[in-house]
Design a protein around this ligand. Structure first.
Ligand code: THU
Length: 127
């Protein structure tokens, strides 16, 4: 699967985002080492601390199905004029499983930038 296809899956997932509070709809598509892709969207809650990001939704779906080795993750939001970057918590959660995963960050017009997680989270905490 090429980058654009993975980004398209993320964009599709964003359509399921439950974001009545921020109105910021995020989608993620997480590619595993064997090519399997898990998507995710953000799921908000009236108790704001309970909001779950799109990336972590995808990671939890993957891990709960027995997948822990990730190669790429695409993140996008049609509501974002700037590149949709994973938050610090999502970077840390991704680092738990794949510290050098490739991270594709798209903006509303479809342009995207690519980083290694190690660039986005240098000196990451791992036991
Ligand atoms: N959000 C994500 O889904 N991923 C991120 O990496 C950053 C933020 C969501 C959380 C919340 O529902 C909304 O975007 C606004 O912060």
């Amino acid at each position: 699967m090429n980058d654009r296809e993975l980004l398209n899956l993320a964009a599709g997932a964003a359509k399921n985002a439950y974001a009545p509070y921020s109105r910021f709809h995020v989608g993620a598509a997480l590619e595993c080492a064997d090519g399997t892709v898990f998507t995710g969207c953000n799921v908000e809650n009236a108790a704001s601390g309970e909001c779950i990001c799109a990336e972590r939704t995808a990671v939890c779906k993957a891990v709960s199905e027995g997948y822990r080795d990730f190669t790429r993750i695409a993140v996008c939001s049609a509501d974002s004029k700037s590149y949709c970057m994973p938050c610090g918590s999502c970077r840390q959660v991704l680092a738990e499983f794949s510290p050098d995963v490739e991270v594709l960050c798209a903006r509303a017009d479809g342009r995207y930038v690519s980083y290694r997680l190690s660039q986005l989270l240098p000196h990451m905490f791992r036991l």
